[in-house]
Design a protein around this ligand. Structure first.
Ligand SMILES: [Zn+2]
Length: 116
C-alpha cells in the first residue's frame, strides 16, 4: 500500500530541517555578538535589541519545530489531518497551507477566541 503521506512527510521534514538550521544560525550570531570585547553604550543597546529579536525569533521557530514534529508523530499514528478537538477531518486546503495544523478552522477559531 503506497504511503499517501510520504510527500507531506518529506515536506515536513524539510521544513523542520530548515528551521533547525535557522535556529542554530541565530544562536551562532548571538554568541558572536557577545564575544567582541567591551562595546560602548550605543553598541550595547543594539546588541541587546538584536538578542531580543533573535531570541523571539528562535522561540517562534522552536514552537514551529514542535508543531512539525507533532504532525510527523500524528502521521505515524494515523491521526494526521484529523482535528484534535472535534475529530473531524481537517480540510485538505487547510492542510496544504499549514501542513502541521492540529485543528479544523472551526475549532481553531473557537480556541483562539477563548484564548486557550
Ligand atoms: Zn475541529
Amino acid at each position: 500500500m503506497p504511503d499517501r503521506f510520504s510527500e507531506i512527510k518529506k515536506q515536513l521534514i524539510q521544513m523542520r530541517d530548515e528551521l533547525m538550521k535557522e535556529v542554530s544560525d541565530s544562536y551562532e550570531t548571538c554568541r558572536e555578538m557577545g564575544q567582541d570585547g567591551v562595546p560602548d553604550i550605543g553598541d550595547m543597546s543594539s546588541i541587546a535589541y538584536n538578542r531580543d529579536v533573535l531570541f523571539n525569533l528562535s522561540e517562534t521557530q522552536q514552537q514551529r519545530i514542535r508543531d512539525i514534529e507533532a504532525a510527523l508523530n500524528r502521521i505515524a499514528e494515523g491521526e494526521y489531518g484529523i482535528c484534535m478537538e472535534c475529530g473531524e477531518e481537517i480540510s485538505p486546503r487547510r492542510m496544504e497551507v499549514r501542513p502541521f495544523s492540529r485543528y479544523c478552522i472551526e475549532c481553531k477559531t473557537d480556541i483562539e477566541k477563548n484564548g486557550a
